[in-house]
Design a protein around this ligand. Structure first.
Ligand code: ASP
Length: 351
């Protein structure tokens, strides 16, 4: 137990507002770096920490009803409570990550599990990954159609196979063999996502309005072990077979007790090409910089410079927590010093 010495944990949340500026081509999500801001650091005293995201994107107040806003906040809070309860009971960070992500996968509000976005041909193809920081083990599934909880399937790949990533039919066969809960592929498809696909087809849109909606969690347990997990349906109207960053270790998910745990959300192709989760780790490991600097340089500078958009939650081995994003909003939350839950959605919600 590390609890003998209470840690003082600076909790610095980064937020970036992607202001639309004239002269940019439609769909250009690059941001003006002058608009990127950083929330004031917050002091948190504790030896267990948990944070989640529910996706970054164009989350506009004018498009959010009071009921929907309340529903998002309630479900993010419930997920945080589920994960935190595991840590508070002495569970591992891996168990906490899984416990926090499962309710978000069950919620039709988020782009993971039931309610995930649809492929161009109207199916759900689920991606998820987990990684533990003390041993750098990892597991992932991609393009699966049946696991009710893709994050649990990813954990099972890590714990029950000698592989890291199983895809497509193989992932579904593995889920069946492990007797994990399976659902009919139609169970995952919600009317809201069907309407979204129809709208996108009518407008011939790609990744509609850049609302990403992936879910992820990072946690630090009282043994000082970090873990990260991410679960998604990918990008709306993606091509069949397309695999994003979320199941790719180093792109969408990373954990190393020497540096940090990271879970990403955003336009996956840019996260893959920038190896964004690992890039944050590498800046700390090889460059010796602290987590806020590494996260800022990666997510608020390198990512938009490459034309990408999105965000992450990243938790340092010392408990430092950051949540940078280049989009107008990112569903996010964490548990503070007395175990109470904070949830934020918009970029202008600050300390
Ligand atoms: N990163 C995910 C992907 O590209 C999408 C998201 O974050 O919602 O598959």
């Amino acid at each position: 137990m590390r609890s003998a010495s209470r840690l003082v944990l600076p909790l610095a949340f980064l937020a970036a507002l992607a202001c639309s500026s004239p002269g940019r081509p439609t769909g250009d999500t690059s941001v003006d770096r002058a608009t990127l801001e950083m929330d004031a650091p917050m002091e948190v005293e504790r030896d267990i920490v948990l944070a989640i995201h529910g996706g970054a994107g164009t989350i506009l107040r004018e498009e959010m009803t009071a009921e929907l806003d309340a529903a998002y906040r309630a479900e993010l809070s419930a997920a945080l409570e589920a994960g935190y309860a595991v840590l508070a009971a002495g569970g591992t960070s891996l168990e906490a990550v899984e416990a926090a992500i499962r309710p978000l996968e069950d919620s039709p509000l988020f782009n993971a599990g039931r309610g995930a976005v649809l492929t161009d041909d109207g199916h759900v193809e689920l991606d998820a990954s987990v990684m533990t920081g003390h041993d750098r083990r990892a597991g992932a599934i991609a393009g699966a159609r049946t696991p009710r909880h893709p994050i649990t399937a990813a954990r099972a790949v890590m714990e029950w196979t000698s592989h890291v990533l199983l895809s497509g039919d193989g992932a579904d066969r593995f889920v069946a063999e492990r007797a994990l809960q399976r659902m009919d592929p139609a169970w995952f498809v919600t009317p809201r996502r069907q309407q979204q696909l129809e709208r996108m087809r009518a407008e011939d849109g790609g990744d509609e309005e850049r609302k990403y909606g992936t879910v992820g969690c990072v946690a630090l347990d009282d043994e000082g072990r970090l873990a990260a997990g991410t679960s998604t349906g990918g990008m709306a109207r993606k091509a069949w077979g397309r695999i994003g960053d979320s199941p790719l270790i180093g792109a969408g998910t990373w954990a190393d007790d020497a540096t940090c745990a990271v879970s990403c959300t955003g336009h996956g192709e840019f996260f893959i090409r920038g190896v964004i989760a690992h890039q944050i780790h590498a800046r700390m490991d090889f460059g010796g910089v602290d987590l806020p600097s590494a996260a800022r340089a990666t997510v608020l500078e390198a990512l938009p410079e490459a034309g990408g958009s999105g965000g992450c939650v990243a938790l340092g081995a010392d408990g430092t927590l950051v949540a940078p994003f280049t989009t107008p909003g990112m569903y996010r939350g964490w548990v503070d010093r007395d175990g109470s839950v904070t949830v934020r959605i918009h970029g202008d919600e600050r300390h």
